[in-house]
Design a binder for this molecule. Sequence first.
Ligand code: AMP
Length: 399
Amino acid sequence: MPQARRSPLPPGSTIGVFGSGQLGRMLAMEARRMGYRLHTYSPESNSPTGQIADLESAAAYDDRAAVRAFAKGVDALTFEFENVPSLVAEIAAEEGVPVRPSGTILHAAQNRRREKSMLRQAGLPVTPFHFVKNASELEEAVQEIGCPAILKTAAFGYDGKGQTRIEHGVSLSSAWQLLGGQPCVLEAHVDFERELSMVAARGVYGDFAAYPLVENRHVNHILDTTIAPAEVEPTVAVEAERLARRLCEHLDLVGVLCIEFFLLPKSRVDGDEQSSGSAATGRLLINEIAPRPHNSGHWTIEGAVTSQFEQQLRTVSGLAPGSTEILRPVAMLNLLGDLWHNGEPDWQALLTVPGAKLHLYGKHEPRPGRKMGHLTVTAETTEAALETGLAARAALRRQ
Ligand code: AMP
């Protein structure tokens, strides 16, 4: 039966999620609230998702028998990270269980080359790039693209892992070796004004809903803070939503998707482009996409009518997306394992800050750079929310 003809899954149905990190955990919390059952599947046990889910299956992603048994026990399947082998989507299809978003989307998002080619094909603006398979192709690509540039592994990169910057005079063979001599994408380094992102959702009947555009700051290539809404000219927000809608339609997405953008300074965009479209045309480049809830959408839990995790649950269940209206200006700040450097953070100090909402992911080992939790602050303005959030986070650190 085509997916669009199935009736929505009511509360009481079971959603299966591949992956067991914090994104699955926050999905499981929404599932519990709304009376759905959630099963998680990953190689881990006592995982962030498994601590909340109704059932946790711990087995390898390529364990056919285990994946099949898991698929038989659920009404719909989704994933909370992209690097799940496409085998899982094949088995789900054999078992007649809908996978939302589809295995095709998962496949495209697993690899920077496929992702960028898909974006180009959809007529969406991406950072100039070249695909490189060996060190000599890297040399040619650097000549074409120029320096500085960023070399990124085509597969399995996140949070700045699997990336290296190429400056004039660096040894290209060392850069190639540093990333393990595997297929890569060489991207022009973008002198962006700001980094922005937008989370959007699309239901089985094609109903589309986008959250307001947000602004992200990264530290060491890892998301540090998000403020919502982004303070940008209205034309930029309208253009971002147009691009998000076009992408969701091109992919025939059923689920949630995040697009990360680089906003170019006005001066970088030539006059022709600006006069032929809106003032924002040509100012937004897509850095990457994720066909799932995203760290830059965590603010929606306290800051929007419908959280991005409820949105995932709704769309995966065949329901229409809920309202994406923002309730108040909001700031989200990540809590990385580095905060544990001198012992357990001072939770008391954080919890005395009115309006600061703590989220911890139930991870056992606080390693540097590891996302252990986040905090959210809502306020009259995004500046006030961020200021309070930064002070609350600083108070956590033991001296
Ligand atoms: P990514 O894993 O590709 O999202 O990269 C992580 C972060 O590195 C981005 O959010 C940017 O801050 C930075 N970055 C990645 N690619 C580029 C680029 N082509 N130009 C400038 N900065 C970049």
